[in-house]
Design a protein around this ligand. Sequence first.
Ligand code: GP9
Ligand code: MN
Length: 685
Amino acid sequence: MNAFFQKLRQFFNTKLGFFVLAIGLFWLKTVYAYYTKFNLGVKGSMQTFLLLFNPIPTTVLLLGIAIYMKGRKSYIYLLIIDAITSIWLFANILYYREFSDFLTMTLMKGSSSVGNNLGKSILGIIEPTDFLVFLDLVILILLLAFKVIKVDVRKLNWKIPAIITALSALLFGVNLTLAQADRSGLLTRTFDNNYIVKYLGLNSYVVYDGVKTAKTQAVKANANSSDLKSVKKYIKANYAAPNVEYSGVAKGKNVFIIHLESFQQFLIDYKWDGQEVTPNINKIYHENNTLSFDNFFHQVGQGKTADAELMLETSLFGLPEGSAMVTDGTTNTFQAAPAILGQKGYTSASFHGDVPSFWNRDNTYKSWGYDYFFSSEYYKKKKDYEIGYGMKDKIFLKDSAQYIEQLPQPFYAKMITVTNHYPYLLDKQNQSIEPTDTGDNTVDGYVQTAKYLDQSIGEFMNWLKETGLDKNSMVVFYGDHYGISGNHKEAVAKLFDKKEFDDFDNAQFQKVPFMVHMDGLKGGVNHTYGGEIDVLPTLMNLLGVNDKDYIQFGSDLLSKEHKQIVAFRNGDFVTPEYTKVGSSFYYTKTGKLIKKPTKKQQKILDGISNHVTTELSLSDKVVTGDLLRFFNPKGFEKVDKKDYSYKKSTALKKLKKTKNKNTLIEKSGGSTVDKYKTDAPELKE
Ligand code: GP9
Ligand code: MN
């Protein structure tokens, strides 16, 4: 044994040995931090492996730089690099404690005015164990200072540092390949900073974030106010005057936006296992005081939920790649629904049972002017309360009641459900319908989670009735995007007992619900073609807000002038007459392929294609160039992100102060939470 330690010490006394020791210690403390300081949501053996593996490639690379140096310098450089990366880790630990997210270039530059006051509160949030991330450095310094390990000044073969660098690249390649295999689109779709750290580590994250920021910043730096000219011209030329019959019918009412996760239109009235899959939503759909649309499409790209949110709140399209909420949400200027309504006396709040960092909501919501963001941190946590991406809908909606009742009225509240999310898993005790029998595992559970979502909506609507909130609220429902992607055509054909399910069918399959439900509303099923981009102008008209001066790419769905051209993010489209998929055109009514368009048809098709690409590219220009910073609509005050904080303690304090401010709790003479009835098995005593 002694001989072994002797050997080991001899090894550490060499330059290479010291380098290996430093990497080992660095690895240990990083893993310690991963497990105790962050909440990365590691699931399964592959993610665990990658979490343990990911500190190695970049540490080898960075500390390896020191090996290129000669003699003592090599040791000094190694310690300096170690110190810098440790400070980066330390800073992130502190930031994460406050914000459940990682630092970004944008935030650090400080110019973004995302008020985070971290400096002020730093002493208050530091924990003694945070300093353990410097322990490796201290150990190395002590070992050298007390000459337990000697500095090796011998010259090293020049090939060795080069080999180390090459090795780090190889290891990184392995890391990236495995990560992409586990989570496709990891780098392009930009889900969540937590994902990058979980899969690639904190050092790769800084590079990733830096490149991303540099790219988006360069475009913004080159943009100027004259770029708005073409946008304004287009918006003016395509303006559709809203339907006056509906103007202001919901003025002053509370607004609930109920985000039905992955909910497709086909589920409405769909039957399986001898029952309606979504009886509660069906009932709302058919009610006289519900304005329902049956030709309404989602228009999302890679950003999926984030794209849907962006379109609904701002009437701007998501980007062709990635998620605009992530790449541009922190820095851009917006004139979004929460801010517009906020300036008309509304309180705004978004509710979602997932971590705040997902899709960069924690930052983007500030740019949109959300007063509150009730993320998973605001809810009681128990292991069986969660499934997939977050809280189970029944528990989430029920536990939201305690916050809804404290909001000063009128309010604009967005409830983002999540249980009906790919891969549609639901625990046995919550299943109340058989899975479908297509044999496709990712399709068959869909009706089960959709049914669960429907039941949770039923419970929520009952509570609205019990509390009387239904009388002074407009409840808007929408499906954010497809639940079953185009990769499951065979299974979908089986769902409809059809032989075939082709590209045209798949385009029509992108319909999602859009319903506006309100006491006294002149409802019915409306067949107008439209999509998510049109929601904001439609709602603004119902709420009596004149948005003529705003830059919005959609138009009021109830307007007689509404152009019924639904643009998909990839340039495909649907109109009442024509549908484009790739390079093929179809008749929308019959689904027949137009093999050879007539000259006249060709002209029309070219015209629509042109309209769609113009619309998308102008919207992209607004987002990537941050053009709304040059734009001041009349009567709108620019949002100052510093005014917003979603820190739980701050928000709860603010809510307390809202007493006597026309809240439900005050109107009801006490809490209404016990009026919320749920059959969620997890909540049974
Ligand atoms: C996560 C949820 C899912 O918070 O919104 O997003 P999606 O995967 O549907 O885009
Ligand atoms: Mn979604």
